[in-house]
Design a protein around this ligand. Structure first.
Ligand SMILES: [Zn+2]
Length: 191
């Protein structure tokens, strides 16, 4: 698959996306990490978690002041597929930014209902790390989604819980460290 590309202006509004981006977003409408219908909107509308927003703002600041790209790999899973993506943010014209995303590798799996946005949800909430896609399990730490479903006994429930996105300790540490080092190439999430 070709690289997905989009451009941000100096105010972090999305000014253009390529055909590959549209095709990917349409084929993966369940996928919160690469939302469709982005043109003309601010990137920040798509990132709810404030800590994650703060990290992206730091990455942007770094690219804009140094003029050098940053790169980070993260998981962007679908119910039936694990995916490791690589994001490279580089400087564009007039303080704009260029986001380039490529798939490093992917693996098919048994579909995970917890990740299916079309299913009705219970009142319960679980937190998923937006970068490595692990799920917080009380007293067990952060687990791969299949392990979390088992640890939290989610099989037993008729409806999956609601998902909120945050950032786990490991990804937070890796990103903070990467922001102070050179070059910035953290890999968040294994595959
Ligand atoms: Zn994480």
């Amino acid at each position: 698959m070709s690289d997905l590309l989009y451009h941000l202006n100096a105010d972090d509004e999305i000014t253009s996306v390529n055909e590959e981006w549209l095709a990917f977003a349409q084929a993966n409408d369940e996928d919160a990490c690469l939302p469709p219908q982005v043109l003309g909107r601010s990137l920040w509308e798509f990132i709810d978690d404030l800590e994650t927003q703060h990290i992206y703002r730091q990455l942007h600041g770094r690219v804009r002041t140094r003029g050098k790209p940053v790169q980070v790999s993260f998981r962007c899973d679908a119910p039936e597929r694990r995916r490791l993506l690589e994001l490279r943010i580089s400087a564009g014209a007039e303080q704009g930014l260029i986001y380039r995303v490529r798939t490093v590798r992917h693996q098919d799996r048994q579909p995970v209902p917890l990740l299916d946005p079309h299913l009705p949800r219970s009142e319960r909430f679980v937190t998923m790390c937006g970068w490595c896609k692990r799920v917080a399990a009380p007293e067990r730490g952060w687990l791969e989604v299949e392990d979390a479903v088992s640890a939290l006994s989610l099989f037993a429930e008729p409806r999956p819980p609601q998902l909120t996105h945050g950032i786990c300790d490991g990804c937070s540490r890796s990103l903070q460290q990467a922001l102070t080092d050179d070059p910035v190439y953290p890999v968040l999430g294994r595959l």
